[in-house]
Design a protein around this ligand. Structure first.
Ligand SMILES: [Zn+2]
Length: 215
């Protein structure tokens, strides 16, 4: 099975997709945030650099991230992986080619408006953790602010606000054209319509996996 690289703006449905790919296909999900956390080690040069930058709240430099990723990927030799959250820019895309081969790139495309509705409309039950979306008829609770399942109060997710969402979307929009071009030229790009339901996103991805088996 081919490795997959998942590239998408915030709130495009990556989390659900990764869960399904792990469960149904046995992919190991490698998220770059987790890679950096795994390599926070004061005994190594790379680990020290990660700790230093993260503790200052600044971005870890590309070359350090690439090295940490290389260490992590070695653990999965021969096993299919989904890489998530990397590359975020063209220099990371070029660095990735040195440490990963035989992969397809899946880009989930969704408009800012739609992604924002999903990110900001999301509410979670404080008791049973069922997820609703107040902007989506099919996913909104029957009674405003109350869980359908258990009747408890719904909490708004605190990490989603318009400003932080827009910042993350800006970064995506800034880098997406060059990254998409890069993979288009390598003939490993697959575009997925992210405006549809999570099941329909998954169906598109399944077709891509089916197709790439015959490559
Ligand atoms: Zn509930």
């Amino acid at each position: 099975m081919r490795n997959l690289v998942l590239y998408a703006p915030p709130a495009a449905g990556k989390g659900t997709l990764c869960e399904k790919l792990e469960k149904d296909y046995g992919y190991s999900i490698i998220s770059i945030g987790q890679v950096l956390r795994n390599n926070r080690n004061p005994e190594t040069e790379i680990g020290k650099a990660i700790i230093e930058t993260q503790d200052k709240g600044i971005l870890t430099p590309d070359d350090i991230v690439a090295k940490a990723l290389a260490i992590e990927l070695k653990k999965y030799t021969g096993k299919p992986i989904v890489l998530e959250g990397y590359p975020r820019n063209i220099s990371q895309a070029i660095a990735l080619d040195k440490v990963l081969n035989n992969y397809s790139v899946i880009v989930i495309q969704i408009s800012r408006e739609e992604a924002m509705k999903r990110a900001l409309g999301r509410v979670t039950c404080s008791n049973c953790h069922k997820i609703y979306n107040i902007y989506d008829k099919a996913l909104s609770p029957k009674k405003e602010g109350i869980c359908n399942e258990c009747g408890a109060k719904l909490d708004i997710r605190s990490d989603d606000n318009e400003e932080s969402f827009n910042k993350r979307f800006d970064i995506y929009e800034e880098n997406a054209p060059t990254i998409i071009d890069y993979y288009q030229n390598k003939n490993i790009l697959h575009l997925v319509d992210g405006s549809v339901t999570k099941d329909d996103i998954y169906n598109q991805v399944k077709e891509i996996i089916k197709g790439s088996k015959n490559d």
